[in-house]
Design a protein around this ligand. Structure first.
Ligand SMILES: [Zn+2]
Length: 536
């Protein structure tokens, strides 16, 4: 991303702060960071889940900037030694923006982070949240049941609130009394009573909920179930005729059931109360203006075949254009929607149920797993295989067995394929935890392969730096390189060591021609083309 330059000498700091917020809002950033550093203050923005440099503020203006932000977020501007929280509400570029601001004293100065809350998606309805048709139908069915619990699960920042608010908006009719208890209230919804939890004065989720139940509600939204007391009240509310929506911090439907049981919710109560679980994660969406097709690799074909029973020959990959961010624009949600059937209720209430049996039941029938949903979105061209790989836990066993077969089938070819899979050519950071074992294996293989071909030549050292070069070969180059080596080897045999010496030197030259070590990818500020932000 090109850095923006502001004219700190001529422009009032008030304008600069406004422009920074405007920029963030326009580019749908979720956070703005003001990072005090030794020589400057770096402003960074999180766009589509990734932090990017936005502009450098000269050290002498850092304090003014921080003070301005603290002022508009109603913090104490004279206090810089303790952490502070604040909020900014305002209309930016015609859109109502709600921002939470946090200031934290660090050794280099105050670090300020502004979180931009944007729930405009929620208001566009559930249909706009990227649910596949089968999942959307299940949610509509869930919302039709007048009592019980619907849970939205996922990690922090996976769009749980957006989905909850969208469901709440769908349920928001004049004949229903909806009350929420949240920490904090993230979006104001017309016609709904929203309670902000305040633990300092004893207004906890649990105590607020007890009062809410006396307010004749039809539907209750609990911001998050964090403790067993809240979980138990939620379940009780559900079985006494209320519809309860809430979120919980788990990875999938199965883990959610276990988590609630761990929170001392009684099995039979949970089995009665629970209606559905929506698990979700966010993946970056491919830019429609520049994405391009490529053939699937054998490994991907296997995954598609195993998981979806589909023969997928082509998928999309990111390219990058002025309209997007390295080939991606915005994010899309990946879902798993579990509708609790009578059979599942029976199993949940059974104390002796085996975890594996429960798992099989959960994922039998018409439940599309998170991975399946994600892969379908790859097939449809919304996102990429690599993005899915990064976001979804691919079941470890499945993953292993597929890789193993691919390897056995085409031992030689698989190596280049995997190298291809691993290098992050679209700027995606590869999930190291998943890949590190394979990487070592591939590295070892490549090393042995080359060593075998070249045999023991004293002149070549296979130290780590050499291996970096080998890993960065494109598929074609590696083949070509291997071919060259094979030819040389042939000649070597034919000439029976006659001119061994000279060939050896030639071989070393081939090796030396190639070392195009990857330049460290720095996001240098390109100064030729400063954005004309300040001239408007
Ligand atoms: Zn693009």
């Amino acid at each position: 991303m090109i850095m923006t330059e502001y004219d700190f000498v001529k422009m009032p700091i008030v304008d600069i702060v406004n422009r920074i917020i405007l920029f963030a809002s326009k580019h749908k950033a979720s956070d703005i960071h003001f990072d005090p550093r030794e020589d400057c203050c770096m402003i960074r923005m999180r766009i589509d889940g990734k932090l990017q440099n936005h502009c450098k503020v000269p050290k002498m203006y850092e304090k003014n900037l921080a003070t301005r932000v603290k002022l508009i977020s109603k913090m104490n501007i004279t206090e810089t030694r303790v952490p502070q929280d604040g909020a900014i509400k305002g209309i930016v570029d015609g859109r109502e923006l709600d921002m939470r601001v946090s200031a934290l004293p660090t050794n280099e100065g105050e670090k300020i982070v502004i979180r931009l809350l944007d729930y405009s998606n929620s208001l566009d309805g559930i249909e706009s949240l990227g649910f596949m048709p089968n999942n959307l139908k299940k949610i509509e069915r869930l919302l039709d049941i007048p009592n019980g619990i619907i849970l939205v699960t996922g990690a922090t920042g996976s769009g749980k609130s957006t989905t909850s608010y969208a469901m709440l908006s769908a349920l928001n009719k004049e004949d229903t009394n909806i009350i929420t208890v949240e920490d904090p209230v993230e979006m104001n919804i017309e016609g709904i009573n929203q309670v902000h939890v305040n633990a300092e004065i004893g207004l906890t989720f649990a105590s607020a909920l007890r009062s809410i139940l006396r307010q004749d509600p039809d539907i209750i939204l609990i911001g998050e179930i964090r403790d067993s007391e809240t979980a138990q009240i939620a379940v009780r509310a559900a079985i006494t005729g209320h519809l309860v929506l809430s979120t919980i911090h788990t990875n999938n439907a199965l883990a959610t059931i276990e988590r609630l049981l761990d929170m001392n919710v009684e099995r039979y109560l949970l089995a009665t109360a629970l209606n559905g679980i929506i698990s979700q994660k966010l993946a970056r969406t491919l830019c429609v203006d520049c994405k391009k097709k490529r053939p699937t690799t054998d490994y991907e074909k296997k995954i598609f075949k195993t998981m979806l029973d589909m023969d997928v020959k082509e998928v999309y990959e990111p390219v990058g254009c002025p309209k997007c961010n390295r080939g991606f624009r915005g994010r899309t949600a990946l879902h798993e929607v579990l509708y609790i059937t009578d059979r599942l209720r029976e199993m949940i209430s059974d104390e002796n149920i085996d975890k594996e049996v429960l798992k099989q039941e959960v994922y039998s029938g018409d439940t599309t797993t998170l991975l399946q949903d994600a892969l379908l979105k790859v097939v449809e061209g919304y996102t990429t295989f690599k993005e899915v790989y990064k976001v979804v836990d691919i079941d470890f066993d499945l993953e292993r067995s597929i890789r193993k077969t691919v390897r056995e089938e085409e031992r030689e070819k698989a190596k280049t394929e995997e190298l291809e899979l691993i290098d992050g050519d679209d700027g995606v950071e590869v999930d190291l935890n998943n890949m590190i074992a394979d990487m070592d294996e591939i590295r070892e293989k490549a090393k042995m392969d080359v060593q075998r071909k070249i045999k023991k030549k004293k002149a070549l050292h296979f130290d780590d730096s050499n291996m970096v070069v080998i890993n960065s070969y494109e598929g074609d180059n590696l083949e070509e390189y291997k071919k060259k080596l094979e030819e040389e080897e042939k000649k070597l045999k034919e000439e029976k060591g006659k001119k061994k010496e000279s060939i050896l030197t030639r071989k070393i030259e081939i090796k030396k021609e190639e070392p195009k070590k990857e330049e460290p990818k720095k996001e240098e500020p390109k100064k030729e083309e400063p954005k004309k932000e300040e001239k408007k």
